[in-house]
Design a protein around this ligand. Structure first.
Ligand code: SAM
Length: 286
């Protein structure tokens, strides 16, 4: 193991996925920082590794960081793992890594399992560009607002597959909220229990997936992938841009809608509604 801080990816369910380099790094570390010493202790014990562990989690990361930096300066080899998968990805460690980099201390990584990337590659949806969003807010209002924000980003031109993590007891309501925000016809996939005995990838539309999991409570660990905004969205983007240009040129909402409808061949009512939705004005169409 090289000196400094090393981020070590660990299995997301299948112990066989701990790489030889990850194992060697953990064996030679002076200390292993981990979220939960019971979880990491069990994983290490199954690989015959005995090493000092120090908990590092959301609540003590800021307190622990100066002490860890001192040990790194003194030449200790320190490994960071999370309960499962790649550290920092919806897991602790970012603040420590940032501080170590700022202090000029060496930071390295042993790459390995990550549920988001595995779900993406098995989803059958375009692998790039992709946007990893982790967990959506738990509260319905905040979740709806976040989905609306993402939809607005799509309207502004983003066409990327999106990856979310979700707890099984919230899956049905989250899929329903995603179907509401992105449209029930949007292709998606639910990847469950990856690398484990009951691994399953269900590929369908958001509407179908929401219906399925409303009827059948999901179990286990879950990642959701949704496909990029469809072509119509690109049409909406062009429509928005044409309207913005027409309004910026000083046309009234009504005249802008008429001009853009004529130029694009889209129904005048649809264009007029789009102009109003852009905040271009008020009032009914004559
Ligand atoms: N750092 C981890 C990684 O690299 O994937 C993710 C940690 S995050 C706290 C845990 C969440 O990741 C789970 O709640 C689940 O949404 C997802 N996840 C982890 N393992 C999974 C698996 N085997 N199958 C599907 N999703 C998984």
């Amino acid at each position: 193991m090289s000196t400094g801080l090393t981020l070590v990816a660990t299995p997301i369910g299948n112990l066989g996925d701990l790489s030889p380099r990850a194992l060697a790094t953990l064996q030679s570390a002076a200390v292993v920082l981990c979220e939960d010493t019971r979880v990491t202790g069990a994983m290490l014990a199954r690989h015959g590794v005995s090493v000092t562990m120090i908990p590092l989690h959301e609540h003590n990361e800021d307190d622990q960081t100066p002490r860890i930096l001192d040990r790194l300066r003194a030449g200790d080899r320190i490994a960071l793992v999370s309960d499962a998968g790649t550290p920092l990805v919806s897991d602790p460690g970012y603040r420590l890594v940032r501080a170590a980099i700022a202090a000029g201390l060496p930071v390295g990584a042993i790459p390995g399992p990550n549920a988001a990337v595995m779900a993406l590659t098995l989803s059958g949806l375009p692998p790039h560009p992709f946007l990893f969003l982790g967990f959506l807010p738990v509260k319905a209002g905040a979740r709806t607002a976040e989905i609306a924000r993402l939809r607005a980003v799509e309207r502004a031109g983003l066409a990327a597959s999106m990856i979310f993590y979700e707890a099984p007891h919230r899956l049905a309501e989250t899929l329903a909220a995603l179907a509401e925000g992105f449209g029930a016809a949007r292709p998606a996939a639910v990847a469950r229990e990856l690398t484990k005995r009951f691994e399953e990838v269900r590929r369908a539309t958001l509407g179908e997936l929401a219906g399925h999991y409303a009827a059948e409570q999901a179990r286990g660990e879950i990642a959701i992938v949704i496909g990029p905004a469809p072509e119509e969205a690109a049409g909406e983007i062009e429509l928005d841009q044409a309207l913005r240009d027409a309004l910026a040129a000083g046309l009234s909402v009504r005249d802008a809608a008429a001009a853009v409808a004529a130029a694009t061949g889209l129904p005048r009512k649809q264009v007029y509604r789009a102009a109003l939705a852009m905040g271009g004005g008020h009032g009914g169409e004559g």
